[in-house]
Design a protein. Structure first.
Length: 279
């Protein structure tokens, strides 16, 4: 989608990247709020207070996603035998709160974490169609690198950071490094440029107190409506968002259906009043 079209304060459809126009009385956007309202829409059609909230929206992140192809499952020193409750569960590399705090402070000061945190899963344990027989894939959600990497990436530092993550796995599962066949390291810059995640923020905006509940993504618009009639939002930057839950989409659909019922009721009521006056 290249543009959301409006007329008279109401959405009229979208224009695709191919140039094709698709007319629609209802449009749902799931893009980052600043993409939806500052790029896809003409900001001139939006009220100043709403625009101010969107422009001030904070979307920084120091997250790095690492995907690995493995020729075998890791063998953990603490639990050598295969166990679906271990290998199929969530594996967390974080030995203490001090480790987490130190890693965060390093990133705040402009340096990637020397001892990265990682939240890891191996989905091929339960779905063997994801990898060749005997092989596995590993997904690593890791933190932190400086948020400035979104606009000014440091490829060498990012690669060294990824090596430290893998090295940390090596300490709890000897031989792990040798099992890695391929790797994909996705830093904040790639998240921003390829996936439309401004700042590399996978939640479409920071989960800070000022950006939650009624203020997500703008004061008074946590009900999935927008200042443009017929245009709704259902991305991670909305109330209930900030995770892979589908909650914003579900709630946006309920809001759309409620608004349509209300519109039909108003039409029937108006028709009755008109008929009564004519009589």
């Amino acid at each position: 989608m290249a543009r959301i079209r409006t007329s008279g304060g109401r959405v009229t459809g979208v224009t695709l990247a191919s140039g094709e126009d698709v007319d629609a009385a209802t449009v749902v956007t799931t893009a980052h709020p600043q993409i939806s309202f500052l790029r896809l829409l003409d900001p001139a059609v939006l009220p100043p207070d709403f625009l101010g909230d969107i422009r001030a929206w904070q979307s920084r992140s120091g997250t790095v996603k690492i995907n690995l192809a493995l020729d075998r499952l890791p063998t953990f020193t603490s639990h050598p035998a295969y166990d679906p409750q271990v290998h199929g569960g969530t594996i967390v590399l974080a030995e203490s709160l001090d480790d987490l705090e130190n890693g965060f402070q390093e990133a705040v000061s402009g340096q990637p974490s020397s001892l990265p945190f990682a939240d890891i899963c191996i989905p091929s344990v339960f779905d063997d169609s994801l990898a060749p027989e005997g092989h596995h894939i590993m997904s690593m959600f890791t933190q932190w690198v400086p948020y400035g990497y979104a606009d000014n990436p440091d490829a060498a530092a990012l690669a060294a950071y990824a090596e430290r993550v893998i090295g940390r796995m090596e300490t709890v599962a000897p031989g792990f490094t040798e099992s890695v066949l391929h790797r994909q390291v996705i830093g904040p810059h790639q998240m921003q440029e390829e996936y439309g995640l401004i700042g590399g923020n996978i939640f479409h905006g920071e989960l800070s107190l000022g950006q939650m509940f009624h203020a997500r993504p703008a004061a008074g618009y946590a009900d999935f409506r927008t200042p443009i009639r017929g245009l709704y939002q259902a991305g991670s930057g909305t109330h209930g968002g900030g995770g892979v839950t589908g909650v914003p989409g579900r709630n946006a659909v309920h809001q759309i259906l409620a608004d349509r019922r209300a519109a039909r009721w108003r039409q029937r009521t108006t028709g009755r009043l008109t008929a009564s006056r004519s009589a």
